[in-house]
Design a protein. Structure first.
Length: 502
């Protein structure tokens, strides 16, 4: 199949890119591993940052400085200024296409304060902000005639003899057949890689870093892969996210003695380290929103109440919520320039799989939804312009013969996947040391050597989820390898990367 712009991934970034490209009057095809409405964007609850000043005085410059401070000097100021300056227009656009933001009494978009912010800046829709944005973008893309193809697993980027990216090889989960898609421009919007931490992550089981791994194998450069943000308030037993909005609205973090021991609205890296230190002392940690009252919780934090009741069997109107810090967001990703283009000609990237150098060592809460829309639009427009400048499609053939190899099935990769998640959480987590990083590196290296002893035991053609999960495991290993090697290379502690003596 041929198209002008091929987008792989249908979360907020991919859908925004699709809308922007389609509005440039080119043909657009979106391929996604699951379904758009199940994308990770729907799990972003707290809000999207924009200096509107609807609740208290704020400015774009304050937003810029808060973002740079949170990034610990490792963000690109030009990129940050662009993102923050585009924020008010971005929220206005989302509002205009139907995102149902919560409102103030005078009908302005409501805003709340999140960690690291100097003002109430996060525009929100109760605590379903990402979900409302995602569904609205999906509806908008469909109304424009964007072609969506679901249950397609990315196997390989197709390149011509010069290295130009001209398409993608996909595995259709429904039929089990390989399919080649050719395009004048390709955009990766495949999400982050927090699921390398297994059950110790707030993310969907599908956040396995596929686009990053496939891009790396094609020769794309990766940047700052060691920076993984651990969210302070994951539910203790399930790692389900309790939004930062719960703290933004006045929630407390308590230890077993009922003591507040940290500034709840400090940047996430600081709060997570404080929780980690308490847990290592033997303390249990809780989130307390009881004092906010049932009426307020039901109106402003309804999802958090439902999640706590469902996954922890506690009612936050009356009970403390047991929590722990868990892997939540990945600042690292595919390196892109100011046009959202990678070092590979014809390949663009946006969203969590990319690194636009706006988060640095620690993302400011509320900036992830902003990033996916601002840079999703940028990627879509630039990919479309490139497509319009090309007279014909280049062609290329697949080079990665991974699935054509013989697998012995002696080793259960599911067991190794679980082991890797726990190993990374304990040794490549909130606090790191060189010895433990090298232990993790050795495990990953040995596991990669044994991939041919694994494989998918299920030989079914249609809906072979065993094969899909094995392909994801391979990608997780490739991504984890870079995360660990990047962590070993950065000797100093900064942001989400904290190094200690053994």
């Amino acid at each position: 199949m041929k198209t002008d712009v091929l987008i792989i991934g249908a979360g907020g970034a991919g859908l925004t890119a699709a809308i922007a490209a389609k509005e440039e009057d080119v043909d657009v095809v979106v391929l996604t591993k699951e379904y758009p409405t199940r994308s990770q964007t729907c799990m972003a609850q707290g809000g999207i940052n924009a200096a509107l000043g609807n609740v208290e005085e704020d400015s774009v410059e304050a937003h810029i400085q808060n973002t740079l401070k949170s990034a610990h000097g490792l963000a690109n100021e030009e990129s940050v200024r662009y993102m923050c300056s585009e924020a008010p227009a971005t929220v206005a656009w989302l509002d205009s296409i139907g995102v149902c933001f919560s409102r103030t009494q005078d009908a302005k978009v409501a805003q709340r304060k999140l960690g690291g912010a100097s003002a109430a800046r996060a525009c929100y829709a109760q605590d379903y902000t990402g979900l409302k944005i995602l569904h609205t973008l999906y509806e908008r893309a469909l109304s424009l005639g964007v072609e969506m193809k679901n249950e397609k697993i990315l196997l390989e980027l197709l390149q011509d003899g010069s290295g130009l990216v001209c398409g993608a090889l996909m595995l259709d989960l429904r039929s089990g057949q390989k399919e080649s898609y050719f395009a004048k421009s390709v955009i990766l919007a495949t999400g982050g890689y927090s699921r390398i931490y297994g059950k110790n992550s707030t993310n969907s089981t599908k956040a396995t870093g596929d686009g990053i791994a496939v891009a790396k194998r094609a020769g794309a450069k990766l940047l700052q892969m060691e920076f993984v943000q651990f969210h302070p308030t994951g539910l203790k037993n399930s790692s389900i996210l309790i939004s930062e909005s719960a703290r933004g609205e006045g929630g407390y973090i308590l230890n077993s003695e009922g003591e507040r021991f940290t500034n709840e609205l400090a940047p996430r890296d600081e709060v997570s380290r404080a929780l980690d230190a308490e847990i290592k002392k033997g303390e249990e940690i809780f989130l307390d929103i009881r004092h906010l009252g049932e009426e307020f919780i039901n109106e402003g934090l309804p999802q958090e109440r439902k999640l706590a009741k469902l996954y922890e069997n506690v009612d936050p109107v009356h009970d403390l919520i047991p929590i722990k810090p868990v892997a939540h967001y990945t600042m690292g990703g595919i390196e892109v320039d100011n046009n959202s283009q990678t070092n590979l000609e014809g390949l663009y990237a946006c969203g969590e799989c990319s690194n636009h150098r706006v988060h640095g060592a620690n993302r400011l809460g509320g900036n992830s939804l902003l990033e996916i829309v601002v840079f999703g639009k940028e990627a879509g427009v630039n990919a479309a312009k490139r497509a319009k400048s090309m007279e014909s499609h280049a062609t290329g053939s697949a080079k990665d013969d991974f699935l054509e190899q013989e697998f012995s099935h002696e080793v259960d990769f599911y067991e190794l996947r679980e082991m890797m998640g726990d190993l990374l959480y304990n040794k490549v987590g909130i606090v790191r040391c060189e010895r433990e990083l090298r232990e993790a590196a050795a495990f990953i290296e040995e596991t990669k050597k044994n991939l041919l002893r694994m494989g998918a035991k299920d030989k079914a053609q249609r809906y072979n989820t065993n094969l899909a999960e094995f392909l994801e495991f391979r990608n997780m290993l490739d991504v984890a390898e870079v995360v660990v090697s990047s962590a070993l290379s950065r000797k100093e502690s900064v942001g989400a990367h904290t190094m200690v003596e053994e």
